[in-house]
Design a protein around this ligand. Structure first.
Ligand code: NIG
Ligand code: FE
Length: 413
């Protein structure tokens, strides 16, 4: 039976459906067409088969891709866009020789952002988030996870998550808010991190749950921040409260955060710049996605995460921007794809799967995002190139031409 359509994209030179089982299968169809109904993909295949599979009526909008590449929109599964002010002062200090961890230990870093975010009105938070979401859209990102974590008190954390949910209703992208009250130990709890964890579990998590403003929680497990024991305790309690869990793990030091993630059944363990060989094997045997953020390594001049080792071990690897005001002020998924290829040992195909399909898995959206197959959301990018390998090859200058979210054109150059 033929499927009904309200949008048909034809003359696609290369369609990357991402339909496949392996971490490198981009589901390439040459000379393709894509049919959409009510914001969902209803058919994707060779142009010659369009008429025999789809009803193309006078109601159907027909768009030509002019022989270009079409991919799913990127799924940026790790960002921190809810902040009161940027930190270019610290960037300049680092450029002059200061170290990121030293700046943080001296009250800069996350705690600098916390001061500014506590003072920020809803409209400042909205403006910052919307500004960067618009840049992300122009870079082909159609799904964005957005963490709180620069408030670290009940009032500011709830305000940030509420703003994220409000913005989610106004932007074309799909937004996935995450509660990251455990991003740092706030000043009021210095020297008492366990009490802060208690406070989050007893007072903040329940309010977040009750208001339905975040599906995931996240914690920064790192030397000088939260220990693996504290992270385990927080994630276990959060899971009992009905949250899905994520963790910033093994970023600067190998503290064993990856093992905490696997034991907690986390959706993802993120960063992993310093992951041990043992934990590479552990995460590879688990359902936890290894989310790599190579922009942070670039921005902080740290060694890149061991992408090739994780891929060879059989891990499900996602890549994301980590967009935030301190350690990676980068909203560009095309740049992250280039870094994965040029610095972390990914093939072009692996990097593209990691930026779409695997990002969706890290957000529990594997049934609707990251692929252009029947039943999935019609979130796609028309690129100004005819060979998909140009996407990471064209370093720092994305060839995004048109972006659709749920079947609607939402951006064009
Ligand atoms: O993911 N690693 C912890 N948190 C952020 C950095 C936040 C900041 O410096 O403001 C990250 O890189
Ligand atoms: Fe982060």
């Amino acid at each position: 039976m033929k499927v009904r359509t309200d949008l048909v994209l034809k003359d696609i030179g290369q369609l990357l459906t991402m339909d496949g089982d392996s971490g490198a299968d981009i589901g390439l169809i040459a000379h393709a067409a894509l049919a959409v109904k009510d914001g969902k993909v209803v058919w994707a295949g060779n142009s010659d088969l369009l008429e025999s599979n789809c009803v193309v009526s006078s109601e159907t909008e027909i768009v030509s891709a002019g022989g270009s590449v079409v991919t799913p929109g990127f799924v940026d599964s790790h960002t921190h866009p809810l902040f009161g002010a940027t930190r270019q002062d610290e960037f300049a200090m680092r450029a002059a020789g200061a170290d990121y961890e030293e700046i943080a230990a001296a009250g800069g870093g996350i705690l600098n952002s916390v001061k500014k975010t506590r003072l920020a009105s809803r409209s400042i938070l909205r403006e910052n988030m919307m500004h960067h979401l618009a840049i992300m859209l122009s870079n082909g990102t159609t799904t964005v996870e957005t963490k709180s974590g620069y408030g670290l008190d009940i009032e500011t954390e709830l305000r940030c998550l509420d703003v994220a949910n409000e913005v989610a209703g106004e932007v074309p992208q799909t937004i996935v808010p995450t509660f990251m009250g455990a991003h740092e130990v706030p000043e009021e709890f210095w020297g008492r991190p366990d009490h802060y964890i208690d406070y989050l579990i007893a007072q903040v998590n329940p309010r977040v749950k009750e208001q339905g403003i975040a599906e995931f929680v996240d914690i920064f497990c790192e030397k000088g921040v939260f220990t693996p024991d504290q992270a385990s305790r927080y994630l276990a309690a959060s899971a009992r409260q009905g949250f899905r869990v994520k963790i910033h793990a093994d970023e600067f030091h190998d503290t064993g955060g990856t093992a905490v993630a696997v034991n907690a059944g986390a959706a993802s363990a993120d960063h992993l710049l310093s992951i041990s060989s043992e934990n590479i094997q552990l995460i590879a045997r688990s359902k936890t996605v290894a989310t790599l953020l190579p922009g942070t390594a670039l921005f902080l001049n740290k060694p890149y995460p061991p992408g090739r080792k994780l891929l060879d071990a059989g891990a499900t690897v996602a890549i994301a921007t980590d967009f935030n005001p301190g350690s990676c002020f980068c909203d560009s998924m095309p740049l992250i794809v280039s870094l994965a290829v040029c610095q972390c040992g990914f093939t072009v195909e692996e990097a593209l799967v990691s930026a779409t399909v695997n990002g969706a898995i890290a957000l529990g959206l594997e049934g609707s995002k990251g692929r252009l197959v029947t039943g999935f959301d019609a979130d796609f990018v028309i690129w100004n190139c005819r060979d998909y390998r140009t996407i990471p090859y064209h370093l720092g200058n994305p060839d995004v031409e048109v972006v659709y979210c749920r079947g609607l054109k939402v951006y064009s150059t």
